[in-house]
Design a protein around this ligand. Structure first.
Ligand code: SF4
Length: 352
């Protein structure tokens, strides 16, 4: 069976079931999948019954099912999806007044090993396919049909640029088929220069968010083990190239861990490090998850001092709004454990 989700309109036109059909039939099928959010081929009521029967014999829509949903008071909903092979991933619905965002996973588990992250604990299981990535958006949109999704952020389980080809294919579908503006799609990375270079070549004005979390290599490598592969100098060079090619300002994510990376001296070093690369620093005070390192959330006053130390040096700074903390959908709290142990939990993330 071929899964229709993940195919482009051109791919759909090439399906054997559509051989001999007028060209507009493929567009009708793509409309049902990506713009009318059908749940099955049988719902495609403007197709001839013979074509519906043929499609149903060889094609499916969803390979995933919603296993569980946690709803927070602020409207955030964290979904646990069960994939065809039984693996589970999480994605999050984030309604705001003026926009609706979804936070997407790109891998089952994650190989990056960030010490503060719940998802990192189980390591990488496998990459998600482009269809599985897109399914997250369609599943959420079907559940939340009263509001149209306008933004997507790759900040869920996984490092998107370790699965860059499937992520790029999924982004092309989100943009060209579902209709999300490329400017409203954010890819968040710990810094994978070959992946950043590939993104820069896509000719799509995506937003690139670099998870920095430290102003020097030594501290950063202790927080993000996979960062040992590339130095900050190499990563920031690829960010400069991304900016030059796309004209897009960067976002620098900085998770504030009390007593670890939240001093004013570190803020000053960060300002120096980022000199010459336009973009804002998004501060994310740590959301508590239990870690062997005993990380803690910084004091509110310390966050304010850190922010001021950046701003007096001319660096635009924002602070991430906390969403979904009660359901463990806040940044750094997503995790894959629920899937395997049925223990409460979720993936990570969110706010853009
Ligand atoms: S923070 Fe992101 S990149 Fe780091 S381990 Fe967690 S999911 Fe992976």
């Amino acid at each position: 069976m071929v899964s229709l989700v993940g195919l482009t309109s051109a791919d759909i036109a090439g399906l054997p079931a559509l051989t001999g059909c007028p060209g507009y039939r493929a567009k009708q099928v793509a409309d049902w999948v990506y713009r009318r959010f059908a749940g099955s081929v049988a719902e495609m009521t403007n197709l001839p019954a013979s074509l519906v029967a043929k499609l149903a014999e060889s094609c499916t829509l969803f390979s995933s099912t919603i296993d569980h949903a946690d709803v927070a008071d602020d409207g955030t909903v964290k979904y646990l999806l069960r994939l065809a092979d039984g693996e589970k991933v999480e994605c999050v619905y984030l309604p705001y007044e003026a926009r609706v965002s979804v936070c997407l996973s790109s891998q089952v588990g994650c190989p990056a090993g960030c010490t503060f992250c719940a998802t990192a604990k189980g390591g990488l299981v496998r990459n998600m396919t482009s269809g599985e990535i897109v399914e997250q958006v369609l599943q959420i949109q079907r559940e939340q049909s009263h509001r149209r999704i306008s933004h997507a952020v790759f900040m869920g389980m996984g490092e998107p640029l370790f699965n860059v080809e499937n992520v790029v294919s999924a982004i092309r579908i989100l943009h060209a088929e579902i209709g999300l503006s490329a400017r409203h799609i954010t890819v968040s990375t710990v810094g994978v220069p070959p992946g950043i270079e590939m993104l820069a070549e896509q000719d799509l004005p995506l937003t690139l968010a670099l998870s920095l979390h430290a102003p020097d290599d030594e501290l950063r490598r202790s927080l993000i083990p996979t960062a040992r592969k590339w130095s900050l100098a190499e990563i920031l060079e690829s960010c400069r190239m991304y900016r030059a090619k796309t004209g897009r300002d960067m976002t620098f994510e900085y998770l504030l861990l009390g007593g670890v990376n939240d001093s004013e001296e570190q803020a000053a070093a960060l300002a120096v490090l980022l000199r010459g690369i336009p973009g804002n620093v998004n501060l994310i005070p740590f959301n508590y998850v239990e870690t062997p390192e005993g990380f803690r959330r910084p004091e509110r006053e310390q966050v304010a001092k850190f922010r001021q130390a950046l701003e007096v040096r001319g660096r635009r700074t924002t602070q991430r709004m906390v969403r979904g903390r009660a359901i463990s959908a806040a940044c750094g709290q997503l995790r894959s454990l629920r899937s395997r142990t049925e223990s409460p939990g979720a993936l990570s993330l969110v706010e853009v």
